[in-house]
Design a protein around this ligand. Structure first.
Ligand code: GLC
Length: 726
């Protein structure tokens, strides 16, 4: 073991010769080699070439983290695996979802954080086998481990965040509402969706194309019959305020004369099997090869193919099936067919019958198939199973680097299904194929802070649920949470009930319109908070325990802090007309019924049951914090930001910096951004306002509503005078 120190709080332990994952980005030259191993919070042991880390857990030790994974925020009681998995049934007993996020925060007597930088499978037994033991099993012994010590949970998480590099910066329009479905199959269908949003006066910034826009599921093709004038459609939608976002899948269809296939094969850019031939698996198009995204040349080749779509006006993509998902391999399917043939006419007893059906079910993502696939890394053949978790990450990196090469100064919308730590530099993620189940609103909320801790800031779930049928109430309640997530996209599976915001009844459409308009009102704040978190390696979502130290804050796992000012407390039970809320301090509640409507009420510290009718979104403004609101429009770019409303809950002093920039380019890196610094002080019932603004600020007027803890309210209109010198 080699032990190094990155800084006094962060240890870096190297075992054997780890695979270079590029998850973290820090200056390795600036680390200090330690001669003696310092005392570690975990015990290390090696057995059968597997490294194991153990720690004992006292009854009140909480274990947070693991990014996109199942169960609550506190992972105690469960067993989990880091192995990117396409599993569309997100029930509590499952061990893995699409991401592999090996970061844990252990809050014992002395809290610590741990990151296992290992691209194969890692198993986390968090008080499952024994309630008082944490056992982390790494399925190999070549690994880098990072330990974060000294500090509270937030400081530990931030210490980890700082090792990852700057997070992905989406275009500002990606904070608008987005509509998806598997599938809007033709130009006419897409145009009808756009028309319905316009007609119903529901804001929307993007409409999605799922796999059916392609010619027989071939990447970088468009079905010409269904979309006879694709660039024309893209342009006319953009004119109306909508971007069109096509999907790209990992597998490349095997088909003679299909250029992507021919090029990949000729240049040796596909993953191989044991016999050095391109590895064959089946996904949507039938048989495919998987690009070898670990090979830098293959990565660049695939990434530059996005030009086929950017040349036609496309400005955003979602990358899918990149765990990679495998429906079947030829050999395994043949074995199953042979078994079925042998079973024909037999009297199948319980064992034989289930053996037969299980054999077919097990074709999907069979672990042994991953062992048959190889990558070429620096001239060596590397078995896929050993680096499985890097596949989706490198597909997304391929897209991000390709797009950056094609248009260096343009921000593209890009998010992926599979991911690992480090991917947050290149793109966001969505949390995959959830269900239209109430439990999945809560799961969505509980995942968000853990995903952020792994550096992935642009994230959200399929609002309304992917599989199964949503009703209007679920759609409304879920949207009342998703309006806080950077990615706010309604997406549903094939054969499910339509769940567009106008697909239910008139009264429900009216509520959804208000909820979505409320989202647009929040965009100045959400964007400002996102950009600050991205540029300063911060967090957008935090559990309450990151800011409040009392036990009750730690036990609250159905509320979230959103940026520095807000707390989200969505209703996530069917037919509920309110919910229990814990307030760690006195806060201002805005029961919002739309971008401007609803009541304000000061709610004291403590436990409360708060009523929330279906049309009411509960938004809490923390003490001495400020919320800046914009005037909604039908799309982000149509918003008039010259007048903003400001809601301030001021006990003594509250200050806020509102960040903004052009939202489309990277000029912000050279200082092309604006800031408004607001400070409000309150003394004996009187409020004082100070505003300082950098030059080029678009905001001209701030309409302030200031409230103190006693409920005294004062309104004031302030002119924003940009500082000519700044
Ligand atoms: C996968 C994706 C889902 C998509 C479907 C068809 O299941 O997770 O979002 O709609 O594939 O492409």
């Amino acid at each position: 073991m080699i032990t190094r120190q990155i800084n006094p709080q962060t240890l870096w332990l190297t075992f054997g010769t780890p695979f270079e994952t590029e998850s973290l980005m820090f200056d390795r030259e600036q680390t200090t080699l330690l001669k003696k191993t310092p005392s570690l919070p975990v015990k290390l042991s090696l057995e059968n070439d597997r490294l194991q880390l153990t720690d004992s857990l006292s009854d009140d030790t909480r274990v947070l983290g693991l990014g996109e994974n199942l169960r609550g925020m506190n992972k105690r009681g469960g067993i989990y695996e880091s192995f990117c998995t396409d599993d569309p049934i997100h029930t509590p007993g499952k061990k893995s979802l699409y991401g592999a996020h090996n970061f844990l925060l252990v809050e014992g007597a002395v809290p610590y954080g741990i990151f296992i930088d290992y691209p194969g499978k890692v198993i986390y037994d968090i008080g499952y086998t024994r309630h008082d033991q944490l056992i982390i099993t790494i399925t190999g012994s070549d690994v880098d481990i990072y330990l974060f010590q000294e500090g509270n949970l937030k400081e530990l998480a931030l210490a980890f965040r700082r090792l990852m590099g700057e997070s992905y910066i989406p275009p500002k329009w990606a904070f608008g509402f987005q509509q998806s479905r598997w599938s809007y199959r033709t130009s006419k269908e897409v145009e009808a969706v756009a028309a319905a949003f316009l007609e119903n006066e529901i804001p929307c910034d993007a409409i999605y194309l799922d796999i059916d826009y392609m010619e027989r599921y071939k990447d970088f093709t468009v079905d010409k019959e269904a979309f006879p004038d694709f660039p024309g459609l893209v342009a006319s939608l953009k004119e109306k305020g909508f971007r069109l976002i096509p999907i790209i899948d990992a597998g490349v269809k095997i088909e003679t004369d299909y250029p992507v296939y021919e090029e990949g094969k000729d240049r040796g850019y596909f993953c191989l099997n044991r016999k050095d031939e391109p590895f064959v698996a089946a996904v949507w198009p039938g048989k495919v090869h998987f690009p070898d995204f670990l090979n830098p040349e293959a990565r660049r080749w695939f990434g530059l193919h996005y030009q086929f779509l950017t040349d036609q006006g496309i400005e955003g993509f979602w990358n899918d099936m990149n765990e990679p998902s495998i429906f079947y391999t030829e050999e395994r399917l043949q074995q199953a067919i042979d078994l079925a043939k042998d079973s024909e006419g037999q009297n199948l007893d319980i064992d034989a019958f289930f053996h037969l059906t299980d054999t077919f079910k097990a074709l999907f993502n069979h672990p042994d198939d991953y062992k048959q696939m190889y990558h070429q890394v620096k001239g060596e053949m590397v078995n896929h199973a050993k680096i499985h978790n890097l596949y989706g990450f490198n597909m997304t990196r391929s897209a991000a680097e390709g797009l950056a090469e094609l248009e260096p100064n343009k921000r593209f919308l890009l998010f992926s299904r599979a991911s690992t730590v480090g991917q947050g530099r290149y793109a966001g993620i969505w949390t995959g194929d959830n269900h239209s189940w109430w439990e999945h609103i809560l799961l969505n909320l509980q995942m968000m802070p853990a995903v952020n801790q792994c550096g992935i800031l642009y994230t959200g779930a399929d609002t309304g649920g992917f599989s199964d049928n949503a009703n209007a109430q679920l759609m409304i309640r879920w949207s009342q949470f998703s309006l806080f997530t950077p990615l706010f996209r309604n997406h549903a599976a094939l054969h499910t009930r339509h769940q567009e915001p106008y697909a239910f009844d008139g009264a429900s459409t009216a509520i959804l319109r208000d909820v979505i308009r409320l989202r647009y009102a929040l965009i100045p704040y959400l964007y400002s908070e996102y950009m600050k978190a991205a540029k300063k390696s911060g967090l957008f979502f935090m559990p309450l325990s990151f800011e409040y130290s009392e036990e009750q804050a730690a036990l609250t796992d159905d509320q979230l802090l959103v940026g520095e000012s807000l707390m989200a407390t969505p209703v996530y039970r069917e037919n509920a007309r309110g919910r229990h809320v814990y307030l760690p301090e006195t806060m201002l509640l805005w029961k919002a019924t739309g971008p401007a409507g609803g009541q304000l009420e000061v709610v004291p510290q403590g436990h409360h049951y708060l009523k929330a009718d279906l049309a009411e979104t509960l938004i809490f403004l923390r003490k001495n914090r400020i919320l800046v609101l914009g005037e909604p429009a039908m799309s982000v770019e149509k918003m008039d930001l010259s007048t903003m409303r400001v809601l301030a809950f001021v006990d003594d002093t509250a200050s806020y910096v509102l960040y903004d920039d052009d939202g489309l380019t990277h000029h912000h890196r050279e200082g092309a951004y604006t800031e408004i610094h607001l400070t409000i002080t309150h003394k004996a019932g009187d409020f004082q306002v100070k505003v300082a603004a950098s030059s080029h600020v678009k905001v001209k007027v701030l309409k302030l509503v200031m409230i103190n803890a006693a409920g005294k309210q004062q309104e004031q209109v302030v002119q924003v005078v940009p500082d000519a010198a700044n």
